[in-house]
Design a protein around this ligand. Structure first.
Ligand code: NAI
Length: 387
């Protein structure tokens, strides 16, 4: 069938198989061109199908020549509905890995569940013996814990409501969005979903079943960002969850110090992904940031970020480069003083009349469409494709 984008606000309900494949291949090419990383050899990526997790898996496989197991939660096509982009990405990744002689297995299921953990453990035992790196890159709206309780994450503030400029994606105007205050239950639920508990459960399960190497490393991803977005991100419900992820990193490292397993948090750059597009205020910040970083020639996407993380900060040949806060930072360029000063200046001035000239809305939308396999160069969108 002919697949066209169907965009509703911050989500696109269709995905293009060939476009998604192209997207994966483009990232593989980037890593191959940048060159080999002397890193991990057997890598488990949890949340491997899109965004930062996919870029991490591509970096591990095509940069480190690692065998990879990827876990994600994607839907296959049914009837006239296309599959989700992550489904096509996984398929393209597996195909390319195979063509390059790299071991790759992808498990589609709920990473929070015991069943999926057991399945992954059995697969590691059978095929790899042990893993030496675990990347935790889940971004999920809800989690059902082993006692059957389902928690839902919310993007709200903590303390008081927050009103800020917002780009209305439906009609390209700048309005104001008010983000309401979360109650205690919403904070707790967000921490349950996006905090470090499940990350820690994974490492416990891997250790218990003896499928993780001594001195293995595990990395989870976080975001801090500028003061401008603090109320909605860093100091909001999601920020509470991220603080819990940081605390969990320390706990994992302490708990398994006898085995030398070390857990790290990497603070990444704000980018358009399915997870970030859903946060109010953030798309406007992103499109302003994109314009400024592109003008300065320092803009990066997921693959550039992840290649730099693993080649420079983790496997650089001279030890893991954390900053004073104990975390890895590839948000350094986003947070550079000159970049943030310019963002703030633009932020003061931006309104519906000058939005298109002050913000890189085009770049935002291109990234958005690309995520779903649309508007990629070299893809004939008029051609029939099997979904
Ligand atoms: P994403 O939405 O592109 O990827 C999420 C991944 O999680 C997908 O592979 C999806 O299939 C998987 N997933 C979701 N629920 C699952 C479940 N129940 N079981 C198995 N897999 C499941 O998100 P993105 O943006 O790449 O986020 C990954 C991490 O990076 C998150 O921790 C996020 O907070 C962090 N981060 C994101 C930034 C951004 O600007 N996008 C910036 C800094 C950090």
């Amino acid at each position: 069938m002919i697949v066209e984008p169907k965009v509703k606000g911050f989500i696109c309900t269709t995905a293009h198989p060939t476009g998604c494949e192209k997207n994966v291949e483009r990232q593989i090419e980037y890593v191959k061109e940048k060159g080999a990383i002397n890193g991990a050899k057997k890598v488990l990526v949890i949340g491997a199908s899109t965004g930062y997790g996919l870029a991490s898996r591509i970096t591990a496989a095509f940069g480190m020549q690692a065998a990879t197991i990827g876990v994600s939660f994607e839907k296959e096509a049914s009837g006239k509905r296309t599959a989700t982009p992550g489904y096509y990405n996984n398929r393209a990744f597996d195909k390319n890995a195979q063509e390059n002689g790299l071991y790759a297995r992808t498990i589609n299921g709920d990473a929070f569940s015991k069943e999926v953990k057991d399945e992954v453990i059995a697969l590691i035992k059978k095929d790899l013996g042990k893993v030496d790196m675990v990347i935790y890159s889940l971004a999920a709206p809800r989690r059902t814990t082993s006692d059957g309780v389902t928690y839902t994450s919310t993007l709200k503030t903590v303390g008081e409501a927050f009103t800020q400029k917002n780009w209305n994606l439906r009609d390209d105007t700048v309005n104001e969005a008010t983000i309401p205050v979360a109650d205690e239950n919403e904070i707790l639920s967000t921490v349950k979903v996006m905090g470090g508990e499940d990350w820690s459960d994974w490492i416990d399960a891997l250790v218990l079943n003896d499928v993780i190497e001594d001195n293995a490393i595990t990395v989870a991803y976080s975001y801090i960002g500028p003061k401008l977005t603090y109320p909605i991100y860093h100091e909001g419900t999601i920020g509470r969850a991220k603080a819990h992820v940081s605390k969990t990193a320390g706990e994992i490292t302490d708990k398994y110090s006898d085995k030398g397993i070390k857990a790290f948090v990497s603070v990444n750059k704000a980018l358009v992904t399915q997870a970030s597009a859903a946060i109010p205020v953030v798309p406007l910040y992103l499109s302003v940031l994109y314009r400024i970083m592109k003008e300065k020639g320092i803009h990066e996407g997921c693959i550039e970020q992840m290649y730099r993380l693993y080649s420079d900060k983790v496997y650089n040949g001279s030890g893991i480069r954390t900053e004073d806060d104990g975390m890895l930072h590839v948000d350094d360029l986003e947070m550079r003083q000159d970049v943030q000063e310019e963002v703030m200046k633009v932020w003061e001035e931006i309104n519906s009349d000058n939005l298109l000239s002050l913000a890189d809305t085009k770049g935002y939308w291109l990234d958005f469409y690309n995520m779903f396999g649309f508007k990629l160069e070299g893809v004939d969108y008029t051609k029939d494709v099997a979904v």
